[in-house]
Ligand binder design. Structure first.
Ligand code: DHB
Ligand code: FE
Length: 281
């Protein structure tokens, strides 16, 4: 059977992708941010998951106001990097484990999480930047990737608690798949940032660090946080953090924190990163 061994939390700032694609990662602005991912690249090389289940948000790339699925599961054979205004990122095409994705769609829906099935989808920085941070520059992504897009752009976004419980259903779906595959789940987006209007540029390191602490030690309590707290404390785009609850919900109650990195700034955003392993793993 497939086994979920670990979770990765990771921000997804587009400028990080640009820094990698234009080879300026050793510039003083960027070097400390990338340094925090050296251990992570080593870790994922050692763990070498067959499949990454990647929870992210689309930024009006695959979806727009005409159609707003709360949870959309990528079931296509592959996902091309999208053109977000500067041409598609020069990163490999993202390949799915289509059989496992279909199984997960069936399992989730019969488990009463009525996700949208995406048989065609392009993926934006929300998905490609976390992959780049964890795998570096590669010819082909070393793992197959099953994307789950979460709406955090148009209110109402799902609650943290809904995301946490979805994570539990994702775990059941993965671990009922009848192939010996090693799976790592990513929860992406955040941390504190606001891209617009009077509070643009808002960063709240105390709140971010407390979030990381509680993600490890008090995930159930943390998942109860209402949207307005994200908005007030972590800025309008801080609500991207609800996606980390899907990742945390999929893990054991007790986890081992393997690695943590926090860096300000990257563009307008506080970069947060954490690796959590299931104890049995
Ligand atoms: C930035 C951050 C985001 O999460 C995003 O989707 C776009 C831009 C930024 O900090 O520039
Ligand atoms: Fe974003």
């Amino acid at each position: 059977m497939a086994k979920l061994v670990a979770g990765v939390g990771c921000s997804h700032v587009p400028a990080i992708g640009v820094a990698m694609d234009t080879h300026i990662t050793d510039q003083p602005y960027w070097a400390p941010m990338f340094a925090g991912f050296e251990k992570s690249k080593q870790w994922i090389k050692e763990v070498n998951p067959d499949v990454v289940f990647l929870v992210y948000n689309d930024h009006c790339t695959a979806f727009d106001a005409s159609c707003i699925p709360t949870f959309a599961l990528g079931c296509a054979a592959e996902f091309q990097p999208a053109d977000e205004g500067w041409g598609p990122r020069p990163v490999p095409v993202v390949k799915n484990h289509q059989k496992m994705a279909s199984h997960i769609a069936q399992s989730l829906i019969l488990d009463e999480f009525d996700i949208t099935i995406m048989n065609e989808m392009e993926v934006d920085h929300g998905l490609t930047v976390p992959l780049s941070l964890m795998y570096g520059e590669v010819e082909a992504w070393p793992a197959l990737v099953i994307p789950l897009a979460v709406n955090v752009v148009q209110y109402p976004a799902p609650t943290g608690n809904r995301c946490y419980n979805l994570g539990k259903a994702v775990r059941r779906a993965i671990e009922s798949f009848d192939e010996d595959l090693k799976v790592v789940i990513f929860g992406t987006g955040g941390m504190s940032h606001q891209l617009q209007y009077k509070r643009a540029g808002l960063i709240n390191p105390e709140w971010d660090k407390a979030f990381l602490d509680r993600l490890t030690s008090d995930p159930v309590g943390l998942a109860q946080m209402p949207h307005v707290d994200y908005l007030r404390e972590a800025g309008s785009e801080g609500v991207e953090m609800v996606m980390w609850h899907v990742m945390r919900g999929a893990l054991d109650d007790e986890v081992t924190e393997i690695h943590r990195h926090y860096h300000v700034p990257a563009s307008n955003t506080a970069v947060g990163h954490i690796i959590l392993e299931n104890k049995a793993a």
